[in-house]
Design a protein around this ligand. Structure first.
Ligand SMILES: Nc1ncnc2c1ncn2[C@@H]1O[C@H](COP(=O)(O)OP(=O)(O)OP(=O)(O)O)[C@@H](O)[C@H]1O
Ligand SMILES: O=P(O)(O)OC[C@H]1O[C@H](OP(=O)(O)OP(=O)(O)O)[C@H](O)[C@@H]1O
Ligand SMILES: [Mg+2]
Length: 281
């Protein structure tokens, strides 16, 4: 049975549950459930603290897990990214009151508050800077107000929390993070993991692409195919009118309207967009 670590709460929990549900796996019936056995798919889901997931997967106790890249790297656990999951994007950055520092180089002798001690210590080491790291569990922005630290290093998504605390980011982002599927660094081939990865990739493709159908005059089909080449090649079907064909191709969701405009200008008509519920490429 494939053993999967799932975030039980926090920013990644809901989207992780959603992507697994869309990939056909059983979800939790209530938020206190710690283990879900999905016998139909031969999968067992363990709901754990996001920070602990890399520890379990790194030790090989669990086969795969969904966590943040920042949490994976912070843990130092021997686990690697198997795929990016397209949600939970954030940056990990230094911030301080205006004028306190411009780059990591200015942090010598300063106190840096963070919940990501591993990430910060390795960034300071890489920069050759000696600063003291104050490890806090959360709400680190307040550490500056309360005089416990001069600088913080934390997850920044919208920047609202920083602004509210009167802090500004400085320097380069320490890390760009997002939700990732992780597996043990030393694990051998596991067909059950390959199936999970293919299913998750199917969900991402179904989210990123739509199906486009249209009719076009036969002599314009090469030009139309160049606009909608599909993933491999568009499907061209005959219509009752011998001068026309129907074309069907997957197109990136973000470009749908621009492509429809271009096709219309070329002479395509009956241009239809349909959602893809699931796919396997
Ligand atoms: N706005 C955000 N705030 C915090 N973490 C975020 C955000 N967006 C994405 N993440 C990611 O979520 C993971 C942190 O999850 P975790 O559950 O530990 O903290 P949390 O979302 O802050 O929840 P809480 O602090 O309430 O327990 C990290 O990988 C982080 O990059
Ligand atoms: O840039 P923003 O969109 O404001 O999001 C980032 C903030 O959200 C998280 O805090 P959370 O609410 O999880 O509290 P915590 O610090 O106790 O983890 C994170 O630690 C930042 O403080
Ligand atoms: Mg938090």
């Amino acid at each position: 049975m494939l053993r999967v670590a799932m975030p039980n709460k926090g920013s990644l929990a809901e989207s992780a549950a959603e992507i697994m549900r869309e990939a056909g796996y059983r979800g939790r019936r209530e938020s206190k459930e710690l283990v879900v056995v999905d016998a139909d798919n031969d999968v067992e889901l363990f709901f754990l603290r996001p920070r602990d997931i890399a520890v379990y997967v790194g030790r090989g106790t669990l086969d795969v897990g969904i966590t943040g890249r920042d949490l994976l790297l912070d843990s130092g656990a021997p686990a690697i990214e198997a795929m990016q999951l397209g949600f939970g994007a954030s940056t990990f950055r230094y911030a301080a009151r205006p004028g306190v520092a411009c780059s990591v180089g200015d942090l010598a002798g300063k106190r840096v508050a963070t919940s990501f001690e591993g990430l910060v210590e390795s960034d300071l080491k890489n920069a050759g800077v000696e600063a003291s790291v104050v490890r806090l569990d959360g709400a680190v922005e307040t550490a500056v107000t309360l005089g416990v630290a001069d600088v913080i290093a934390d997850v920044v998504e919208t920047g609202t929390t920083l602004r509210n605390a009167g802090l500004e980011v400085f320097g380069e982002p320490i890390l760009k993070s997002e939700a990732v599927l992780i597996r043990p660094a030393e694990a051998g081939a596991n067909p059950a993991v390959d199936v999970l990865v293919r299913r998750l990739q199917g969900v991402l493709t179904a989210r990123d692409y739509v199906m486009l159908d249209y009719d076009i005059r036969k002599d314009l089909v090469e030009k139309a195919s160049a606009i909608t080449p599909g993933l491999e090649s568009p499907t061209i079907s005959p219509l009752h009118d011998p001068d026309y064909v129907a074309v069907r191709a997957m197109v990136p969701r973000k470009r749908t309207n621009a492509l429809m405009d271009e096709l219309y200008d070329l002479g395509a008509r009956a241009i239809l967009v349909t959602e893809i519920a699931a796919c396997r490429l």
